[in-house]
Design a binder for this molecule. Sequence first.
Ligand SMILES: Cc1cc2nc3c(=O)[nH]c(=O)nc-3n(C[C@H](O)[C@H](O)[C@H](O)COP(=O)(O)O)c2cc1C
Length: 224
Amino acid sequence: MILGISASGRNSKRNESGTLTHGLTEDIIRYILNKSGESSEFISLAGKNIKGCVGCCGCAENNICVLDDDWAAIRDKMFAADAIVFGAPNYYGVINALGHAFLERTFSLRHRERFKLAGKLSVIVTTGSEEDPSVEDFIRKIFRSNYMAEPVGALKVAGISQCYQCGYGESCAAGSVVNRHGFIDEIRESILPRVNPEAYKKAEIIAHRLGEVVRSKHPQDPIK
Ligand SMILES: Cc1cc2nc3c(=O)[nH]c(=O)nc-3n(C[C@H](O)[C@H](O)[C@H](O)COP(=O)(O)O)c2cc1C
């Protein structure tokens, strides 16, 4: 089973024309899950209560975080999964707060020389900027600190600006719509940002590779 986790605060949404308007992170993760050829489960952190680590060390004795929120149920799904596809958006050049909080809590899984995510397969998806490596680097750092396997793949996808669906984009000089198109009457379908098709091509390749690596761990029909 491959577990997809989107740390975006937005679920994926398309308009009547089928254009993705929200939730690029979820959309790409779901695409990878679907193309992997493996059974999968998707979890969105949107709307979930995930506190950041408070450094209390209440987890030191038994590697179980003592904070009471939605994290523990997702932790158990991570344990059960063969691989994790984790995705998060870039907010101001860093991982969004929800993603940061979620990953901080893996601090609880590595005490007293027990590493409960050791060797876990993964893929990293980051949205918001194709150039900025900082979100991917942070996720890699957390995965390494848990001795997870080197990610099977990593994908950076240019984001969809919130300004196209905030409701005021056509007349707001602070936002990216007016910056790109000037003041306009309405945001027509033709100017909506489109996800680069290359992103889905790369996602498909990574998905295929991930599926094969997972199947290599559980060979049904071993190559002689
Ligand atoms: C508070 C905030 C800050 C953001 N800062 C950046 C940024 O610095 N660079 C960037 O490329 N995108 C930035 N974005 C845009 C998001 O990264 C982008 O919309 C991404 O696609 C969001 O993922 P989602 O569609 O899954 O919610 C920001 C968005 C928000 C809400």
